[in-house]
Design a protein around this ligand. Structure first.
Ligand code: MG
Length: 384
């Protein structure tokens, strides 16, 4: 495998630091050419020095002087703002762009990377939720490629390598059920952000961890799977599997089901996206089935997890509805993290925003930005 030059958008977050951990294990295979963060200057500086990154971008422009000063004795070129990021990901020295920014903010630089025909290892599912048809159309038009980093979608992608062109009958998207799987509705209604942040299996950033507690994350993954694999949502079946060992499955017309397994460790899907179609070691623990003993399955409870139902409704409706759901949810999750609203208020705000949506069946990219702005402001004013 020729050495691959990697740009990491969101290098100080959970996916970003784990990506760097995979790269650290294979200096002969990967080279870091660009890293970016929104706010975390100290970690960004540390990473820039360790990996000798050519370009370092801070998206929050107020933090630029601090970054500049901290790296003035190095060869790293420093930049500020998302516009710089959008330009730098298109450079010839970038082979793979790792999209690990949080939420809607990932859309713009991801679009830039796709317009330049890059390989995008995408962890930022909100980009596909908000603008799936535009993003995938841009990918095709510019001969770019999106490789999934989300563990479920990496699993589906790996299972599909066995498809040999055969049609998918069904996708079985596995879900851990999050920290509240065994709680009743009354207890969930009083759940705090601190309780929701204790995910049983996965160590992730705050936004996706709260989304896991509401199963909004799984709903977004249904939408993400529709766009990545061109499968109608009615063929995507969410199944609870608390052990998070089977990362997802694909069923074919003859009833054969192909699954991908492993202990939960994001370095595995990250490594596969970086090295595809090769595989590299990533330092994870190898599966011991006898020790594991059993894997259990059940149906998700839509009464306890209304966000999952809302995701199916939004993608069935299409147009700018999923974008609206994402915009509402970003605001609602931020409010929940600040302890301003309760657990079920997240779904309530999301549902209210979907109802108040100015529906556009075939939104342009500008319509998507406008929907995001408008719904974010409606969600902000929802004082349930
Ligand atoms: Mg996932």
């Amino acid at each position: 495998m020729a050495k691959r030059r990697i740009a990491i958008l969101g290098s100080t977050g959970s996916i970003g630091t784990q990506t760097l951990d995979v790269i650290r294990q294979h200096p002969d295979l990967f080279e870091v050419v660009l890293i970016s963060a929104r706010n975390n200057v100290s970690l960004l500086v540390e990473q820039a020095r360790e990996f000798d990154a050519d370009n370092v971008v801070i998206c929050n422009e107020e933090k630029f002087p601090e970054l500049q000063k901290a790296l003035e004795d190095t060869d790293c070129k420093v930049w500020e703002g998302v516009e710089s990021l959008c330009r730098l990901v298109q450079a010839d020295n970038v082979d793979i762009v790792v999209g690990a920014m949080v939420g809607f903010s990932g859309l713009k630089p991801t679009m830039s990377a796709l317009e330049a025909g890059k390989i995008v290892a995408l962890a930022n599912k909100e980009t596909l939720v908000a603008a799936g048809s535009i993003v995938t159309e841009t990918m095709r038009r510019h001969n770019a490629l999106i490789l999934p980093v989300d563990s479920e979608h990496s699993a589906i992608f790996q299972c599909l390598l066995a498809a040999q062109g055969n049609e998918i009958e069904k996708i079985h998207l596995t879900a851990s059920g999050g920290p509240f799987r065994t709680w009743n509705k009354e207890r969930m209604a009083a759940a705090t952000a601190a309780q929701a942040l204790k995910h049983p299996n996965w160590n992730m950033g705050a936004k996706v961890t709260i989304d896991s507690a509401t199963m909004m994350n799984k709903g977004f993954e249904v939408i993400e799977a529709k766009w990545l694999f061109d499968v109608e949502p009615a063929r995507i079946n969410v199944v609870i599997q608390p052990e998070s060992i089977i990362h997802s499955m694909v069923e074919f017309t003859d009833g054969a089901v192909i699954a991908q397994l492993g202990y939960p460790d994001m370095r595995e899907p990250i490594g596969f996206a970086l090295s595809f179609p090769s595989r590299v070691t990533v330092g994870n623990r190898k599966l011991n089935l006898a020790e594991l003993g059993s894997i259990t399955f059940s149906e998700p409870d839509l009464e306890k997890f209304p966000c999952l139902r809302l995701a199916y409704e939004a993608i069935e409706r299409g147009g700018n509805a999923p974008c609206a759901l994402n915009a509402a949810n970003e605001i609602a999750v931020a409010k929940f993290l600040r302890n301003e609203i309760g657990y079920f208020d997240i779904a309530r705000i999301n549902e209210k925003c979907l109802k108040n949506l100015d529906f556009i069946a075939n939104p342009s990219l500008e319509d998507i930005y406008e929907t995001n702005r408008e719904i974010a402001s409606i969600a902000n004013d929802c004082l349930d």
